[in-house]
Design a binder for this molecule. Structure first.
Ligand code: NAD
Ligand code: G3P
Length: 333
């Protein structure tokens, strides 16, 4: 039986722990807050994040990261992207040298513009051959309800991706493997920003043509940017590209879409931030994505305009005007 630890007891960490247990793993969740660990152990629920999910008996929780990591062959990281480095500084050394380290995170680090797998390699001295990225159209609430979904499990190491795919395959969660870590991580990070843009448009009362236009041009800029970083263009047509973009941009369950929607309705950034305790990764990552894209000479106009709303206080309505008045160009340039 595979021993797995999930670091992070938020929405996705909790849902992924259930996947691993349903796939036959023995799972321990590390929770930052002891009361959440107590709740999971005593009620088999994590009411603050996924109140309808009854966790399998094979899942237990602890607030002690070293106890959580004990004997783990698979260590899954499900904390906010911008706290990962600090988290690893506190307990990264508890992860065993032989464990596969799985990133569920979809963001780019502010300040360093590192992808999450790069932060893991740097901050916890993990061999990149042991790092695996899981991504795709995986809204936690739908997975927790055991609605069928597919995902992509990416690693440069074929054994690592096969092992993690096997450890997380269930009748409702179908992992596909991929060797393109860069493309999978860029797809996952940028779709959050495109979902913010689509949410803003919807919040302003715009319809499906606007949504489809943003989604399609968003995919174009994601691919243009990813290819400059060495990603395989085909990855963006897969689950971590089109798949996740569609799920996130079309769903009121998405925190990024919902955040953008509220901005589009006229709420201020501070008001929207105060209304949710959950992580909308695109809000911070739009800045680091823009910085990284600029450093490799990739034009990302939607990301740039979302960053202008979030960091410069521009109005969503001005952004629409700005995007529509850009100089015309060939669709594939
Ligand atoms: N929720 C989803 O549907 C979903 C699906 C796929 C991927 N993801 C990605 O997974 C990652 C985690 O997302 P989530 O939905 O579980 O987030 P969340 O906000 O629901 O939970 C984050 C968890 O990290 C913990 N945490 C640990 N250290 C922290 C710190 N220093 N500051 C704040 N929180 C800290 C929180 O206590 C919480 O348990 C994100 O990168 C997200 O993009 C989420
Ligand atoms: O709720 P969001 O916007 O973080 O999106 C969740 C997942 O990434 C969807 O695949």
């Amino acid at each position: 039986m595979t021993r797995a630890t999930v670091f992070g007891s938020g929405s996705w960490g909790t849902a992924y722990a259930a996947i691993l247990a349903d796939a036959g793993c023995d799972v321990t969740i590390w929770s930052r807050r002891p009361e959440v660990a107590d709740e999971i152990n005593s009620t088999r629920r994590n009411g603050g994040y996924l109140p309808d999910l009854q966790l399998p008996d094979a899942v237990r929780a602890t607030a002690d990261p070293r106890e959580a990591a004990e004997g783990a062959q698979v260590a899954v990281l499900a904390v906010p992207s911008q706290t990962l480095r600090d988290n690893l500084a506190q307990w990264g050394d508890a992860i065993g040298d032989d464990a596969y380290v799985v990133s569920l995170m979809k963001g780019i680090e502010l300040g360093t513009t590192r992808r999450m797998s790069e932060v893991i390699a740097e901050a916890a001295s993990v061999d990149p051959e042991r790092i695996v990225v899981v991504s795709g159209p995986n809204l936690a609430r739908e997975i927790a309800a055991k609605q069928p979904a597919a995902a992509v499990v990416a690693s440069t190491n074929a054994m690592a991706r096969a092992r993690v795919a096997e450890a997380s395959a269930t009748p409702y969660f179908r992992p596909y493997t991929n060797g393109d870590v860069v493309g999978v991580e860029i797809g996952g990070a940028v779709k959050n920003v495109i979902a913010l843009a689509v949410g803003m448009a919807k919040g302003m009362g715009m319809g499906d043509n606007t949504m489809a236009s943003l989604l399609t041009r968003g995919l174009a800029e994601t691919a243009r940017f990813g290819i400059r970083l060495g990603a395989d263009p085909q990855t963006f047509l897969g689950l971590a590209g089109v798949g996740d973009l569609v799920a996130t941009c079309a769903s009121p369950l998405s925190r990024n879409y919902t955040f953008g929607f509220k901005l589009g309705q006229g709420q201020t950034l501070e008001e929207v931030q105060a209304s949710t305790k959950q992580t909308a990764e695109g809000v911070k990552s739009c800045r680091s994505i823009l910085e990284l894209a600029t450093s490799v000479g990739a034009e990302v106009p939607i990301v740039e305009n979302v960053a202008a709303v979030v960091f410069e206080g521009r109005r969503p309505a001005d952004v629409v005007e700005q995007l529509m008045s850009r100089s015309r160009k060939h669709e594939r340039s």
